[in-house]
Design a protein around this ligand. Sequence first.
Ligand code: SDX
Length: 489
Amino acid sequence: MGRSLESEANSLTVRDNRTGKTFNIPIVDNTISATAFKAIAAPRKEGEREENETEKGLRVADKGFLNTAVIQSQITYIDGDAGVLRYRGYPIEQLALHSSHLETSYLLIYGHLPSREQYKVFESEIMHHSIVHADAEGFFRSFRYDAHPMAILTSAFSYLGSYYSEANPSLQGQTLFTKGDHNSLANMDKQIFRLIGKATTLAAMAYRIRQGRDFVTPPTGLSYTGSFLYQMDHLGQENYRPSPVLERALDVLFLLHADHELNASCTTVLQTGSSLVDPYSAIAAGCASLYGPLHGGANEAVIRMLISIGSPENVPAFLESVKRREKVLSGFGHRVYKTSDPRSFIIRKTADEVFKVTGKDELLDTAMALHDAAIKDEFFVKRKLAPNVDFWSGLIYRAMGFPLDFFPVLFAVPRVVGWLAHWRQMMLQSGGVKIWRPRQVYVGAGKRDFVPIEERKPVEGPKQAPTPVMHSGITKRTAMAEFKGKTKL
Ligand code: SDX
C-alpha cells in the first residue's frame, strides 16, 4: 500500500546529490532515526579513503552529543529555553516547596507520587538498608585522610557491589534485571533501596575519614538527611538532633539535585549499564563522571573561583580574564539551559534561609557581584551563559561547614536516585537492552606493514612520543646507585 499522506507529510525527504537518489525518512516525536542514513550509500570516489566506508552508507556525526537522542524516557523533562524542569511532569518549584527528597525519589523511580502507605514502606526500606557491612570500615580506612572524598565514594559504590552476588548479572545470568517478573523486580528494588540507603552512609564514612573520627552507625528515628547529618557530625552527644534548618535545606538541595535527564553522569550510568553489568558498578561509573569540574565538580570549582577573585572589586578583572579564555566562569553555562537554571533560583532562596542561622558567607558579596556583572555582560549574554545549579550551592555547603572537596559528594548522594531511575527504566524498556556502542569517523593511518625494530626511525616531537618524566627522591638516588638487574631510566 502506498505511504499515507499523513506519514508522507511527517517525513524528511533527503536527496543524495552524489547519486541523485531520494530517500524518505519518517519523523516520529520530532525525531529521525540515525540508522535510516545507513541506507544512503554511494560508490567511493576516486582517491577517497577506504576507511570512509562510503559504499556502506552514511554515518551521523554529533561530537559531544549536542543533538542526539539515545533513549526514550518518561522521567525528567527540561525546556532549556524556558528554564523549565519537571520530574515526571511535576514542576521542580512545586516539588521543592511541598515534597521531600525521599518522596521525590519514589516519584522519579516509580513514576507517581506515593500514597501515605506506599511512602511509609519505601522510606522504611531505605532507612533499613542504610547500614553497611562492618568490613567496610577497613575499606574506608585504607584511604589516606586527605584522599578526595569523590575518589573514596566512587570506589565505595563499586566495593559495595562485591557484597551482593545476587545482584550481579555476570554471576546470575544476563536477564537478571531485564526479565521484569516478580523476582527480578524485587531484586532490582532491593538494590535500589540499598544504593539510596547506603549512599549517605558511604558519604558520611568518607567524611569521617577526612575528619579522623570513628564511623557512626546510622541512627533510627531521623529523616534521610537528618540521619546523614547525624552520621557525619555525631561525637557521642546524647539525644543528638541535627539543626532542622540545615536538615530541611539539605533535603531541598538533595531534591533539586536528584535528576536532570541525560547529563554526563547519567549517560555514563546508562552506557555502563547497557553491558548489563551490576547496578553498583554502573553507579560507580556515573559517580566518576560527576566528579569532573565541568559537571558535578563545578560546585567545588565555583568556591575556588570565588576565593581566587577575593572581593567584589576584583570581579571586572576576573571577567576580562574569562573573556580572554584564561579562566572559566564556573557555575555559569549549561548544555541545555540557555536561560537561568530554574534550580538556581530555589537554591539562592535556600541560601538565605541557611545564612539566617549560619551567618552570611563572606564570599556571598563576591558571588553576587560576579553574578550581577556576568548576567549583564554581552560576552555571556551572547553565549546564553546563565547561572546553573552549581553557582550558589557551594556557598550553602560552605556556610554549613563542609570541606570544599566534599561538595561534589553532596551532589552525588542525591543524584544516585536519578541514576537508578534511568537505569531501572532502561532495564525494563520494551525490546530489552541493547549495548551502547557509538560509531567513529576513522581518520587515522591507512593500512601499513609491520617494520622490524632494527629498521625503524624514531618518531619524535610533542604528542608523538612520551614526554620525559623528571624523577626525584628515591628514584633519583637509586638511578645513581648500582644494583643487580638495574635498568636505565
Ligand atoms: C552541571 O547536563 C546537566 O544537566 C548537568 C547538570 C546536572 O544537573 O546534571 O545540570 C549539572 O553539570 C551543571 C554545569 C556545571 N559546570 C559548570 O558550571 C562549568 C562551567 N560551565 C562550562 O564548562 C560549560 O558551560 C558547560 C560544560 C556546562 C556546557 O558546555 P557546552 O554546552 O559544551 O558549551 P560550550 O563549551 O560549547 O560553550 C559555548 C560557548 C563557548 O564559547 P565560544 O567558543 O563559542 O566562543 O560558551 C563558552 C565557551 O567557551 N562558555 C563559557 C562557559 N561556558 C561556556 N565561557 C566562560 N565560562 C563558562 N562557564
